[in-house]
Design a protein around this ligand. Structure first.
Ligand SMILES: NC(=O)c1ccc[n+]([C@@H]2O[C@H](COP(=O)([O-])OP(=O)(O)OC[C@H]3O[C@@H](n4cnc5c(N)ncnc54)[C@H](O)[C@@H]3O)[C@@H](O)[C@H]2O)c1
Length: 369
């Protein structure tokens, strides 16, 4: 068999099958057993494999069936077990493939260049994971420390290749150090994203902090810092996104607000945080109106109580608080970061193409009572 019969660049699924079969084509190619026998006889299992390949993987049917035919023509020999393993691996892989049902393509993040702030950990990191799981391969992870952002990028690439046909080289995911409270730092981060990818399609502004002080006790420098990160940071992130998205024809921006934009949390005091998140929610609506005819959509995602480092820090000082929060949530539990995956992909993808200036609350029902 010549190399060209397998094609110069076999599709990922055929590469996967070959890998699973212990690099079978090389072995077939180099084995004297691969010479066609005088009267080939296909076993029933091999015939089924071939037809399944043809039905489920038309793109690779020719090469796969060729290899199966060659395998089947081998006389029995000490490597028979390898042949059976190859056949049964292909059978099970193809049978699984044949059962894959179609999903709405609008939810795909494939071919989109994405960026998430505050994404070395917490919800931002989970948003990156959701994008990668939905097909995104070009992604910039922003956080305060570049090494932590890069580490998150490396981990995401590694994780995305597990149980997947993808190789690390299929991903273009980078970590960038950026303080969203500095307009210059945000602009420099966008410059690096544009230099690297040439465009930006979906941006999520997730960087944010929370602190609990009563109004009388809250030091003013800390209030200022909170607004610099949570409000001005979201504004800088959105404005730079739109500056790049408008010339390219549009894009999607998601500002992460909070259920605190709509309700007053109890029992912990956090007036500046609540007011900041209400500002972020209304910022999304206001920017949406400014850029609606320019193709840039701006929506806001408002989580309820989610178990991340941010909330774990608060709960570490107050074990009763978790029980209180759960009892105030109709669904009776705090959210897992993964509970936001569907909402962020919806807002960032073409699935929400007629939606702008809206808010999606994902809070286990907290705000409805
Ligand atoms: N966790 C919750 O329950 C919850 C609920 C509602 C809303 N939110 C919001 O979700 C967002 C993410 O929260 P989280 O729970 O993932 O928090 P987190 O503390 O786990 O993660 C926040 C990330 O933002 C980064 N960050 C902080 N300041 C930054 C800055 N100036 N520039 C760049 N990055 C910075 C941190 O380094 C960290 O990686 C925040 O905006 C928060 O207000 C969280």
């Amino acid at each position: 068999m010549s190399g060209s019969e397998w094609g110069n660049a076999p599709p990922a699924c055929s590469r996967r099958l070959l890998a699973l079969a212990g690099r079978a084509p090389n072995k077939i190619q180099s084995s004297p057993d691969s010479q066609p026998a005088a009267s080939p006889s296909l076993s029933p299992s091999t015939t089924m494999s071939t037809s399944l390949v043809a039905r489920a993987l038309p793109g690779v049917a020719r090469s796969a069936s060729t290899s199966l035919a060659l395998v089947s023509r081998r006389p029995p020999h000490p490597h028979h077990a390898l042949q059976r393993r190859f056949e049964s691996t292909i059978e099970s892989a193809v049978a699984t493939k044949a059962k894959v049902v179609k999903t709405l393509p609008d939810f795909s993040m494939a071919n989109k260049v994405c960026m998430v702030t505050g994404a070395a950990r917490g919800l931002g990191n989970e948003f990156c994971r959701a994008f990668a799981q939905s097909g995104c391969t070009q992604l910039a992870i922003l956080d305060l420390k570049e090494d932590e952002a890069q580490q998150a990028a490396d981990e995401l690439v590694k994780e995305s290749c597990v149980d997947s046909d993808m190789d690390p080289s299929d991903y273009n995911i980078i970590g960038i150090g950026c303080d969203v409270s500095s307009e210059l730092s945000v602009q420099q981060a966008y410059r690096r994203v544009m230099d690297r990818y040439g465009r930006i399609d979906s941006v999520v502004a997730s960087a944010g902090i929370v602190e609990n002080y009563s109004a009388f006790d809250y030091p003013f420098d800390r209030i200022k810092r909170l607004y610099d990160i949570n409000v001005h940071g979201a504004f800088f992130t959105a404005r730079e996104a739109a500056r790049h998205m408008i010339p390219q024809g549009g894009g999607s921006i998601v500002l992460v607000a909070s259920m605190s934009a709509n309700i007053v949390n109890i029992p912990q005091p956090q007036t500046p945080y609540n007011a900041a998140k209400a500002a972020v929610k209304h910022m999304a609506a206001s920017l949406a109106v400014e850029w609606a005819k320019k193709g840039v959509r701006v929506n806001c995602l408002s989580p309820g109580y989610m178990l991340t480092k941010l909330t774990k820090t608060i709960l570490a000082h107050d074990t009763e608080l978790k029980k209180t929060w759960e009892s105030l949530t109709p669904m009776g539990r705090m959210g897992d970061p993964e509970d936001l995956a569907g909402a962020v992909v919806f807002l960032s993808s073409d699935a929400s193409r007629f939606m702008t200036g809206s808010e999606i609350r994902v809070d286990g029902g907290y705000c409805i009572i």
